[in-house]
Design a protein around this ligand. Structure first.
Ligand code: 13P
Length: 290
């Protein structure tokens, strides 16, 4: 039951109006912690890696560890490659055990975005993997790639329909004003109407192409609930996990300067990550859905 691609998991979430958290991890301790939280919460789970940590840890290693953990877990788990702008690396990860691939060619013009996304879709579909594509540009910093807010263009609903049809993607990430990293304001300007229109045009009759919300860190709980109610069914959270990892490590070491026991740092990080993920799963409504 446990190894799943994202489409299987998210069609159910879209129909039942909850979202599955997609959490970016940068090491194996975090990977195990997010799985522990999901098992406790009986929630489906998407584990994500950005391209840099994927290359650093090696995609074959990540794929093998994911498959070992997921096969033992009583919940469905997907391993997703996040924001990859390199078609060849998408294929590499598809070959070594990832079950969902995001080809992010959104910085190219429409036709080139379609061409690259279609190539990854065809490759992944032949292997029973699902694919996420992005239209418009999500601003902020992801994996050291900086997109200025004024360069962030929002997703055009008519183009979204054409994009989905011509690329064959399984999940659509439309730019609606959310941003990667820490929001500069407590009340970021999000285009809820645009999300509602896109979700209705694509999934209004029956769920076919789940919608992905990027930039989860720092959004107020009421905003998160609204984005889910309007049709977001994959919810990406990255920066918050990095903060939890580094802050917990710093706090633990500061409080225990004489102790040289890495296992205790790992344990402290695990507990903090579990707390963070459980909070997100309750907020997204995925607790109890596995
Ligand atoms: P945050 O870093 O803002 O949580 O965004 C995560 C994300 O959208 C990853 O694709």
């Amino acid at each position: 039951m446990a190894i799943e691609n994202a489409k299987q998991m998210l069609l159910k979430a879209t129909a039942e109006k909850y979202a599955v958290g997609a959490f970016n991890i940068t090491n194996i301790i975090q990977m195990k912690a997010v799985v522990k939280a999901a098992v406790r919460k009986k929630s489906p789970l998407i584990i994500q890696t950005s391209v840099s940590p994927s290359k650093f840890l090696q995609p074959e290693v990540l794929g093998a560890v994911y498959r070992t953990i997921a096969e033992q877990a009583p919940i469905p788990i997907c391993l997703h490659l996040d924001h990859c702008n390199d078609v060849d690396y998408c294929k590499t990860c598809a070959d070594v055990g990832y079950t969902n691939i995001m080809i992010d060619a959104s910085h190219h013009d429409f036709e080139e975005n379609i061409r690259q996304t279609r190539e990854v879709s065809d490759y992944c579909h032949a292997r029973d993997l699902s694919v996420e594509g992005e239209l418009g540009t999500v601003s902020g910093i992801e994996d050291q790639v900086i997109v200025a807010e004024d360069a962030a263009q929002l997703c055009d609903p008519e183009m979204a329909i054409e994009f989905v049809e011509r690329t064959g993607i399984d999940l659509l990430a439309p730019a609606i004003g959310t941003a990667h990293g820490v929001y500069k304001t407590s009340n970021p300007k999000l285009d809820f109407d645009r999300l509602a229109t896109i979700a209705d045009m694509i999934n209004g009759v029956e769920p076919t192409t789940p919608i992905v919300i990027h930039g989860g860190t720092g959004l107020a709980p009421g905003v998160v609930r609204k984005l889910v109610a309007l049709g977001g069914s994959k919810f990406n959270v990255s920066t918050e996990l990095k903060h939890v990892l580094l802050d917990t490590t710093f706090d633990y070491i500061s409080a225990n300067r004489d102790q040289y026991n890495p296992g205790k740092v790992d344990l402290a990080v695990t507990e903090s990550i579990i707390g963070c993920i459980e909070k997100w799963m309750d907020l997204l409504g995925s607790s109890g859905k596995a």
